[in-house]
Design a protein around this ligand. Structure first.
Ligand code: SAM
Ligand code: GLN
Length: 295
């Protein structure tokens, strides 16, 4: 009697992509491939070279489990893989940390450009502060790209900081990033040349409307910015008078709903002489850029 025909790489990719698509997963084919490459411990290109290769039952069942998690519980692929690429580097993610987003690479671009060009930041050892570091993606990337900088990074979550420390070690910047547990500046009194931050900025009332990948799988403390989403930003701005050097900058990622409130909150401090929102690649207001007046 002929046995049951074995499923091939191609069969599984096509069937899973179709199933994930019906469940309204955003990039079903990409996710189907990333998850299978993970189970087979190979890269995606290899899947195409092995398209007609039959798989073992163990491989098939391991893969099906991951695809089910992705489609039914809407667990983000990065969480199933335990890692996410950010600015060309690989970052470990655990349930304790927010998954790094592509928008945040735009924040890093802006921070690097300011460090390069702004007179007040062109000092021998600029101090950069990442408030709410999560996986450490902003702090570690800035330290790796600008070895002369001293990077400080805070988080309220001790579990997140453990992940961030491992990421710093993996990218060999542990000597140049200082992690501190606590609220906002976590006891650091200054001086700071540049604040580069992606604070929680979702209005509390909007959290139930987020896609399940975000609303149920990112830590609540990473998202919840209070009634108008700006609680943490206001705390940061309030600490700038004592800590941010004259001519220093704040670069903060926010949501488009926060544009007016963020500009108003920044102007209300009376500390800044430049204050604007820049847009992300999708054309949405995203990055608050504010310079402390030189005197
Ligand atoms: N920087 C990471 C990134 O861009 O992917 C994580 C950003 S996540 C949106 C915000 C982080 O801020 C979370 O890790 C959360 O624990 C932390 N956080 C929330 N409130 C905070 C506060 N008052 N002080 C310091 N960190 C805070
Ligand atoms: N950008 C996040 C989202 O996916 C919100 C992030 C944040 O609060 N910093 O909605």
């Amino acid at each position: 009697m002929p046995g049951k025909p074995l499923l091939t790489v191609g069969d599984l990719v096509l069937r899973s992509a179709e199933w994930l698509g019906r469940r309204e997963v955003e990039a079903p084919r990409l996710d189907a491939e990333l998850l299978l490459a993970h189970v087979l411990e190979c890269d995606r290109l290899r899947l195409y070279m092995d398209w007609h290769k039959p798989l073992t039952e163990l491989e098939v069942s391991g893969y099906r489990e991951l695809v089910r998690e992705r489609g039914q519980r809407r667990v983000p692929t990065a969480r199933l893989l335990g890692r996410k690429e950010f600015y060309g580097r690989r970052f470990e993610v655990t349930p304790a940390v927010f998954v790094p987003r592509p928008e945040t690479e735009g924040l890093v671009d802006r921070a690097l450009a300011l460090l390069e060009a702004e007179p007040a930041l062109r000092v021998e050892r600029p101090v950069v502060f990442d408030i709410g570091t999560g996986s450490g993606c902003i702090a570690v990337t800035l330290a790796a790209e600008r070895p002369a900088a001293l990077v400080l990074a805070s988080d309220v979550s001790a579990d997140a900081l453990e992940v961030a420390r491992r990421n710093a070690l993996a990218h060999q910047v542990q000597g140049r990033v200082e992690f501190r547990q606590g609220e906002l500046f976590a006891g650091y009194a200054g001086p700071i040349h540049l604040i580069a931050t992606n604070p929680p900025y979702v209005a509390s009332g909007q959290i139930p409307d987020l896609p399940p990948e975000v609303g149920t799988h990112d830590p609540r403390a990473a998202l919840d910015g209070g009634e108008d989403g700006l609680d943490v930003l206001r705390g940061i701005l309030a600490g700038c008078g004592e800590r941010l050097v004259l001519g220093g900058w704040v670069v903060a990622e926010l949501g488009e709903e926060q544009e007016r409130g963020a500009l108003a909150a920044t102007e209300a401090t009376g500390l800044f002489d430049t204050c604007r929102m820049e847009r992300d690649l999708a054309g949405r207001p995203r990055y608050l850029m504010a310079r402390r007046a030189a005197r």
